[in-house]
Structure formats: C-alpha cells, structure tokens
Write a new protein. Sequence first.
Lengths: 1043, 476
Amino acid sequence: MTPSDKPVLDLDQLRARLQSGQGPLYWKSLEEVAETPEFQAFVEDELAAVRTPDWLDPANRRTFMKLMGASIGLAGLTACTKQPKETIVPYVRQPEEFVPGRPLFYATAMTMGGFGTGLLVESHLGRPTKVEGNPDHPNSLGASDYFHQASVLQLYDPDRSQAVLNRGRISSWNSFQAAMMQERERANLNKGIGVRILTETVVSPTLGAQIKEFLQQLPAAKWHQWDAAGRHGAFAGAQAAFGRPVNPIYQLEQADVIVSLDADFLSCGPGNLRYAQHFANRRRALTNVAQKERSKQDIQEGYQAGPDAPLRNQAASHTEEDTSPSPGAVQAQAEGVPVEQITQNRLYVVESAPSPTGGMADHRFPMKANDVEGFAWALAAALGVGSGQTGTAHKAIPAIAKDLKANAGKCVVIAGDYQPAAVHALAHAMNQSLGAVGKTVVYTEPVEANSVDQIASIKELVGDLNAGKVDTLIMFSGNPVYSAPADLDFKSAVQKAKWRAHLSLYNDETSEQCHWHVPQAHYLESWSDTRAQDGTVTFVQPLIEPLYAGRSAHEILSALAGNSGKSPHDTVREYWQTQRKDADFEAFWQTSLHDGIVPNTAAAIVNVAAKAPTAPTQNQGQGMEIVLRPDPTVWDGTFSNNGWLQECPKPQTKTTWDNAVWISPATAQQHGVATGDELEIKYQGRMVTGAAWLLPGHANDSLTVHFGYGRTRGGRLCDELGFDAYQLRTSGAPSGGYGVEIRKTGGTHYFAATQHTQTMESREPVRIATLEEFKKTPDFATEKEADKPVPKYMTLYPDYKYEGYKWGMAIDLNTCVGCSACTIACQAENNIAVVGKAEVGKGRHMQWIRVDRYFKGNIDEPELYYQPVPCMHCENAPCELVCPVAATIHSGEGINQMVYNRCVGTRYCSNNCPYKVRRFNFLSYTDWDTQSYYPLRNPDVTVRSRGVMEKCTYCIQRINAAKIESEKANRRIADGEVVPACAQACPTQAITFGDINDPKSKVAQLKAQVRNYSLLEELNTRPRTTYLARLRNPNPELGGVTA
Amino acid sequence: MKVEELEALEKPAIDPGTDHIVGPGFTNATVTDKIANVALRPFRSTPMVWFLGIGIAFMLMQGLLIGSAWLFYKGVGVWGVVIPVAWGFAIVNFVWWIGIGHAGTLISAILLLLKQDWRTSINRFAEAMTLFAVAQAGMFPILHLGRPWLFYWLMPYPNSMWLWPQPRSPLIWDVFAVSTYATVSLLFWYVGLVPDLASMRDRATKLWQKRAYGLFALGWRGSTKHWTRYQMAYLLLAGLATPLVISVHTVVSFDFAISILPGWHTTIFPPYFVAGAIYSGFAMVLTLAIPTRKLFHLEDIITSRHLDSMAKVMLGTGLIVAYGYMMEAFMAWYSGQFYERFMYLNRATGPYGWSYLMLIACNIAIPQLLWLRSVRLNVPILFMLSLVINVGMWLERFVIVITSLHRDWLPSSWGEYHPTEFDWMIFAGTIGFFLTLMFLFVRILPAISIFEMREVLHHIKHRHEPQPAPGPAHGD
C-alpha cells in the first residue's frame, strides 16, 4: 500500500461520531472510529497475523531478502573460527603442461625385492592417484603387478609413521640428527668400530655409493643386508655354479620348452612382468587362427559360425545389408596361422603348491619342494649333466629330457628362487649343456650394489650383537625383528646394541625395539634411483612432498657424511654427475627423468661357465615337509597394512585377509584335517598355530605357509590377522624342510574366501582343448553351442545399429596367468572400497573384475584355470530390463552403464545378472572419514555411497577422455588409445579392449579368432566381453602321466 | 450397559454345526447386540486374554521399529543379503504378506458375486486382515531398497529431469498392482463398514464413542436412497476388486518370472502364485478367526460351517499349489535344460534342501488331512493345520527366492544366504504390527458385518434365496 492511496481521515467527523455515542466505547485507533474500509478488512481478515510477506510486492521482497542476507552474514560472523592460512594467489605463470582437471604422468620406479620396476604415475593436481607400468622400462614393458598398483594406497595410508620417535616419544628430525651425529663423532674416534648398518637388498647406485663412502670413512664399520623375501637360494646357486654372483636373465620369447623347478617366474620374483609378457608373446604368435566364413555382423557381435550360421546371417541381414565377409575378417584370416602349423610353447612345472605358473603349465607335477632337488638331479643325469648323482627317478623325466634335447637352444630350465643352491647350479649346468646360454638365458653382472649371502650377513650381525660388539646400529627399512630367522632371536639380540635407530614406513615391531624411529619417505615422496633386473637404471622421482615429513635413507647417509640437510634430489643428481662427466648433464638428466630409464646402464653380460655341482644338499629327508614362502599378496609383511592387497583374493585359494596352512586333500584326509581346522605346526622345535586350507594340486605330505601375517605392530590392519610363519624359519632352513609335525588343536578358523566352488560343475565357463584337439576341431570352443536348445540369434526387435563406436573386450585365457593385477588396478582406478574380512566372508567384496579359478580333473593333480570376469556389457543385458528406475542403461556405444545417482538399490539387476559381476554397497563401504584417503581417489570416477549398485564400466572415464581428445582433433579414437585399467596392468596383455566397429582393431581381430567364445552364450545375452579358449600343449609321450 | 448384558457377553455360545451359518434364536436386535457389544463393552470388561495378546503383539512390533531404525541408519547390509543372494527376507516376507492379503478380497468380492452366503460372518474380518497384511507387505519393498528415502522414484511423477520409471521392469508393475490393491481393499472395507458404523454410533452410550463412530459413519441414516446407492457402490467395488485378486499376485509372480534365473523364469508362476496366495490367505483367516470366536464367544456366528468351507477352499487351492510344484519338477526334467535340472536338484538336495522338504511337508503332505471331515470339524486340529500352512507358504517364498539365487550360472559366484537377527527382528515385528492392528480392530470395530448378518437372518426367516448383495430391506 503506497501512502498516496491512503484516504485522509476526516477528524471533525470522527469527533462528532464519538460525541454522538454511536462510535465504539473503547477504541484503539482513529481508523477504528472512522470505520474505514481498510480497518474493516483488517478486522475481518482472521489470518492477518500469520500472513506471509507479500511476495509480489517488490519492496517487501527486497527488504526480506536483505534482512535474511544480513542475518545469515551475522550468523556466519559469530560462528567464525580461525581458518588455516592458505595461499590463494593463482599461478602467475602456469606450469608447463599443467591443465587443472587433467592428469599428468611422471616416470618413476618402485623397488621391491631387490629390483626396480619402471612406472608411470598419474598425478591429479599434484596428487599421485594411480600407477601404471612404463612401457619403455625393461622390467615392466607397460605392465604392473598388484604390489605396484597398491603402493599408492600405501602412500596415503593413515597408519604410516608420522613422527620421529625417541624411545616411543615424539621427537624431531633435528634431535635425531644431533643424536646421530654424536654417535658419528664417537665412531670417528675408533674408525667406526661397533658401527653397523642394516639394509634390505640395495640396488640404488646412489645409495650404494653413499654406503660405500660411509664405510670408507669408517673402515671398521660394517654393512649387513637382510631381505626376508630375498632370493637366497639363487645367490648361493650362482656362487656354486660360477664361483661368483651372477644374474640370470631368461629370454622366454625364444623358448619353446620351459622347465620350471619350483619357479613361479610368471607371477613373482624379478622380471616376472617381463617374463609373463614374453611367455605370452611366444604363445600368442603361433596359436592365432582366424575364423573363416564369418560375417561382419558375427565378428562385431563376437558370434561364431555354427551349423545354424545361415539362419543367423539371415537374421542379421535385417539390419546389416552387407553380409559378405568384411575386409577386416579377410585380413584377420590372413593374419592367422594355418591350422596345421599352429604350435605353442610347452611348460613343465614341478612345484609343491599350485602357483600361477603351475596353472599355465602343460604338465604340472606336484612334488614336495624339497624333492625338487632329486628331480633336478635326475633330469640333469638324463641330460648327461652332473656328476653321477642319479637323483630321484620320476616317470616324466625321460620325456622331458627328450623334449629339451629336441629343442636345444630353444629351451630353458628355471630354478625357483627358494630352491637350494644345488638346484640352481644344476639348472645353470643344464642350460649350458642344452645350448641355452646366450639364447634363452643370459648372465649379467649382479645389479645389487653389493651381492652378499644375506643369511650369513644377518647371522654375522646377530653374532656381533650378542657378543656386545655393536655400539651403533642403524637399520634402513626392513623389519628384521619381525622377519629375521627365528633361531637368531633378533629381537633380544638387537637390544644389545647401545644406540639403535630404524628408518621405516611404519612404526613396526623393529621400531618398537629401537631408541630412535624415523618415518621413511615413500618412494613416491622422495628422490632415489634403482635398477631393473637387467641393470637398467631408473631415477625414482617423487610426485608429492612427503606427507608425514618422511626421510629417505639418502638423507640419513648424507647427514652421516657430514652433509646434513642435503636433499635426496641433490644427492642423486650429484652422484650421477660424477658418473656422467662428459655428457651434457642437464639434457641427460631431463631425458632420463622423462623416459624413466637411464640409457646404456644395463648390466654387462658376462660369459661364465657353469660348473655342475657334485654333491646334493644335505637337507634330503623323509616325511612331511614344510615350505616357507612370502605371501602372494602381502609379501614378506611389507604390505600387511594395505587393504587392497589384504582383500585381493590369493590367486591360488581365493582367500582374503589371512594366511593359511596349505595342505593337499589326500594328506589332510590322512590326518583327519578339514579346511579351517587349526593346526599346531612343530618344526625344528618351534611351533605356530595356523588354520588349514585344503588345496587341490598341492604336493602330498607337504605344508605351505606364508610370511607376512601374525604382525603385532605396524598398522590397524595388521593385528590379529593370520599367524606368523617367520616363527618357523631358521637361518639353516630359510625355505623350510622335512621333519614337520602337525597336530589338530580342535579349534577352527574362519576364512573369508571370494570363491567357494572350485570346479566348473559340468558347465564350461573355461573352454579348453589340447593342441591336437584344436587342430582337429578348430572351433571346439563353440561347437557345442549347436546342441544348446536356445537359438543363438533370437530377438523380436530389430538390432540397434551402432553408428559410432562399439566397445568390446576380448580376454585370452591362453595367456592369462591369473596374477590378479587387473583386480587391483581396477580397484585403484575406480575408487573401489575395501570392505574388510567379515564382509568378504559374507560375499560382499566389491572388486569389479574378479579372477575365477577352477580346478579340473583329478583332485591330486588337477589342472588349474584362471578366468578374469569383468562386466560382460551384454547386448541384451538382463540387468537393464529389470531396473525399475532406469539406473542401468545401454549407451549408444554398447556399454552397459550404471547411473549411481539414479540407483535406489533394488538389487534386481544383480539377481538377473548371470555372470554376477554386479557389486552392491550393502553398507557405507567408502571411507568418508579418513582425510588422507581423499587425495587417493580418482577425481574422474564417482565415489559411491551406500545403497547403490556398481560394476565394471569399461573404464568409461578413460573412453570419454580419449573421446574429448579425438573430437578436438576431429578424428576417430585410434585403436589402442583407450586402455582400461585392467588391460593396462595385465602383464600378458590377455585383456584387449577396443572398438569392434573397426574391423582392423586388435579386439575385432581377436574376436574373429576361432577360439573366441561367449560366456553363457546360450542365454542370448550377447556379451561384449568374450573369451579366447585355452589351449594346452601336452607332450604326447606323457599322455597318461598327468592330468 | 446393563449387568445382564455384560453377563451375556461372557456366556459361552454354542456352535450350531455345519448346517447353519448362524446359531438359532437370533433376531435382528440380538445379532446386532451380540456383534456390537464386542466393541462397545466397557473397557474393564475386555477379556484379559485380549490385553495379553495385544501386549505381546505390541512388544513384537518394537522389533520392527528398532530393526528398521537400525536398517535406515546403517543400510541393508544389516540383513543377510549378499551377492549372489541379493534378495532375502524382505522379498520373502513381502510376497508372503501380499499372499495373505488375498483372502479378504476373495471372500468379500468373489464369494459375494458367487452368492456364497456363508461368507457373511467372516468377510469383514478377512477384509481387515487383508488390509493389515497389505500394509505389512507394503513396507518391505521400501525397507528393502538400498536407498529407501528415494522410494518415490518408483512412481511416475513429473520432475524437472523428465525421468520416469522404467516400465519394462516388473517392479514398476508391482508398485501399481500393490498400491491399487491396497487402495481398493481399503475402500471396499470402509464402504462395507459404513452402515455398521452408523449402528455403532446409534448404540454407543458414551459421547466420544458416538462422535467417533459418527464421524466415520459419514452421516449414514439408512434411508432407502442410501441403501440403493450403497448397494450399487458395493457391487461396483466388488466387481473392481475381483480382477485384482487375480492380478496382484500374478504381477508379484512376474517379479520372478520375468527374470532369466532358473527357478524363477517359469510360466506356471502366475496361476500358482494366485492359488498359493488364496491358500495362505485362508490359512491366516482361520488362524485369526478360531481364537477370536473363542475369545468373544462368537461360535454361533462363525460356525463350523464357516470353518468347514474355509478348510475346503484351502484343500482345493493347496492341491493347485501341489500341482504347481509337480509341474516345476516335471518341466525341469522335461525341458532337458541343464540349469533347470540342476536348480531343481539343488533345491531339493542342496544346502537349503531342508527348506524344500519342510515346504513339501507343510504345504502338501500334512494338509491332505483336510480330506477328512472329522479333521475339518476338529477346531484345534484345524487351527494347527492353518499354522502349518502359514509356515509352509512362507517357506515356499523362501525356497523360491533363496535357493534359486544361491547357485545360478557360474559356479565361481555361488554363495550362501544366512539371515541375521535384523532379518528376524523385522519379520517378527511385522507379525507384531499385524496382530496389534487385528487386536485393535476386533476391539473397536464390528468384526462381523452386522447389517449383512441381519440380512442373512431375514433370508432364513423368509426362506428366501439370499440376494446377491445386501438389500435395503431393514434399515436401522
């Protein structure tokens, strides 16, 4: 109401009215007396008091907003707390190549087990989020394993040690340095008598040089090395055969026949990624047979020709006019090998516990690990090597020897890292006699800074400690209190050092026993350098400032050398400046950093002659044996606090969060043991209690136990998991031996496994043929489809025509070794939550790509098959049909998409998924509370909350990133431009992804292979992910010898 | 209420046997008294058993409250659902309750149209049971959701994103089928109640009772005009409800039949689900009617005739269900489908074989006793049988949901389902909630249709054939 509208009151009239007595007796306002219409309206409006402001009145609304704004502002002011100071000035000059929102990749390397693997690390706004292999690096060739993948979780682990500790109390780096320098000065007086350094295997040239410099300054000081998972047998074997440490490198791309003497060279140990890739390449080269008579449609759909092919082609012609073979199909055919010429490398494996390598074997002979030596002697004898020892006869030896001889120069015998020296020496001698040296195996100088017998080294240290000779002990990483041989009792020995310090990532069992603990910088936080298995050097460059003020070994050694405060960067750089004096150093430095390798640093090849051993090792024996090994996923305990690796199903057993006593079903039956029964294991007077896991294919009378569990300190995940197998490990028998006794305690243990059914139950998810069968019926993988009652190509609706891209995946089961790197790579890429043992046990693990493991055949000597299963992205996806809110839908490029925001969680999609690849957030699995995990997550992938379904997306974020790039350049995405995380990590390139609309793409050609088949094809789901059937190449002479 | 009237309430009634749908000696006035006084009696003369019963039921109901509060707070992971068994008790209970909720409408609508005059004594009661059972059922799909606060996304409502439900999903059909059924059942029950509410209003002695009944009686005066329109409305509703009896459980069975899972994907599901629903519904009516008639001395209104008829319906539908089981087994064999055969063998002999055997015992073997007239007339045994069938029908849904899911296609993904305490707590809670509602219902509303009983008396008196619908012959 504006003032002008208001009627003017006539005061005279009011007076008259009041005097006349007609007006009200009591009045509140002049308006009331005047009985103005406004007043009447006001009186009659019973809701006046509660009426909201008139929103249409501009003045009122503005006032209201103003007041609201002011009050919010004031409320904000009163709630003020002091904000942390932040620098908010933007980049004045934007760093080169830096575009916010786009990741950058840096080359670096991770050192593990005495070898470095070159990596490319993805960095989002300065935060490393994902690790990939460096294709230029000889140890990686672009692949990575789950340790590399999970190392980034270790970086952000909130349980990492965060402060310098002095006798358990928080101290500072400066105090530590001061204390250390006191020790240093004291040591100076007596040339370092009583000073000891303990490291793990050192391969960093810079660190090696620093230690050597330190030892020069203090000649009486000693350097010891102890790597719990070190390759002690390999070292001793080389010593025995060559009289000096050498480093064998196998060239598996040249090998047609491989004999593994308990060597799991495809999934662990040095060069495993390289070996796996070369092994697969050799295998792939000669087995690819293209499917004939395939229409374009068939190739795109991943369909196979069968008896009803004409029918289907007719159906296809409704949508695809061109049913003649496409140029792509013809080409694929041309690229294949004629059926009669196909061949495949052959792998013999003798081992105690099934390993991924054993799974790939064409002949796998379960054998006690300690009997492998007898086998090696016998094989050597059959090859005319050795010194008259006959070894233990084995039915397969004549055939293997014959096969090896027939392939002389194209074969190799590989001894396992944990086998005794004699086996290694025999393998070296056999390789030499088979003409393998220089062809399938070459020897180089060792790449370690100093190759020593580490068992002797730690023994000597403990001897000195116990003799009271050690005043100062500095331990660089490692956790010897936990991992040193049990007979040495390192824990009590270490107490005798008068001043002890420990540098490590975690405040662990060893830190607890030390005066000083210094948090170590993660490899992604600090400068260093490392060497690949072939000696190639890579600079380890950090991607982030140390999160918890961690220090590297370089810094401590610099300080000891009197260069306190010298950064590791300068240390590494200066070392290399001394190595490359004449070159343009800046160019060399930059190029090497960028490429992730330092050129021309491979170790020199040495020509050595192997000397066959003369006498067997003295550990021959009888009865039940125990085999001690690093754990498949948490290794020697380094990764005990890593949730991804704890939850990664062990390739052999599919158990998580536990170690177990592996035992063969026959032996278990003999002792009345079932899976989960707790066993007391007595070995050499020591005893631990662990639970049994019955593992088909395990050698009889043999137990395998793994290190890395039974931790007491070092992170919240370590405690109360598994048992400590190090308690059974002695310096005399670091890999175990005969004479173990077991007793049931009567207790039982609960294992959380991700797969409970071990066999294929008369279904054929994995299709297998021998090479002979394959030659006879090349389409063995699909021939049975004709018998299935459901026609393959049946739909009421016309097919959707994919005009643009049509994504698909092919997984080659013939090269998949089951290493599970894909699982963890996917977890890292897609922000997949860790759910913990209890939830895994219920069946609620979240991994998007699982590796199914099946046993086939006889329970004692089964064949092992691995099958990675991601989402199939079915053309007729059963999940899409049943979602009530359209939260899972098909994209125009054929991807079965999951819209998290739309999902209400009915879970019908999972019920209707025949592959059960969907994962549900039954609870709030994502850790929303731990701040340190925030930077870990891939910003391109939604973090899921509880109540929503999730599953493999074919890494759609990567597809879209590539699409944006290609659209900017106005071109199609090239083949190989989009690589999902699983395929990128895969060491054997078993997973191929691409556009199946492009007949030249690798995936389309693989789908054109005759071995290509779809999982559960009879359901007419028409999966986009297809498999290439597995081939076996058994030795015909061994027909009946093994399964 | 006079003392002698109160005493009359406590007087045991005599069951007139299977030939009579109502005891002798009833007049319009006495039948009204008898039924209305159950509700109108003073608070203090409520039988102690009633207090005991509602007390237990109310306590059980707290399980629902506690369980669902924790469920909403933590997520569905508090239940035993896992991958591969992503549906568990929630769906089992949903289908079970929906099935129970079939008897009411069947009795009221279909038997009304089929002129089965014996339905009169039990229809009100069965309708209330239907309504309360559907209320329990309706909760489960929401509790079951991973994100229950978004349940309304299953309904088509205009929104700024132009997102609609996905109409190919049977869960959407479910939303419509169940909500329609719930609405029609509520209307049918309420419309049937209106003349009786007016009677209650008129007979109530306390003012608040008069007001309360009067409010819901919608001003019913019993004029001829009222009766004419009422009759029309009631008939129309009966006609509307009849197809729903068939459609609801058919649609519920589609939740399973539409999928590709062996054990779910079968065309026999719709008829066999409907028969099963009626089976369990009648079992539940018996489970509730037998104690009620004892408690409130209604043996001369709910007579042996009623029990006998209901037992016969159970026997008939039970045989249809048995046929369904047989066909499932037969088709598993006859189809030659490897997965179907495996599913059936696994169902009977796998880890959940016990549930299948119990199911066969409860739903097929034991109910064959109903062939015997002596069993049908033996009230305690009939009561026990009704309980057995209730358990059996619950097991049927358990077997369908759990055993089909736990071992499907790829052996690597097989798993097991173990219900947790929260599964049981919420299930028991809905039973408590249901019983609480039933106890309140029999205490405050006329549990038997007064005006229809009077109509029945009228027909008996005049030896007329019963009319297809309640007539206006005797306004209050």
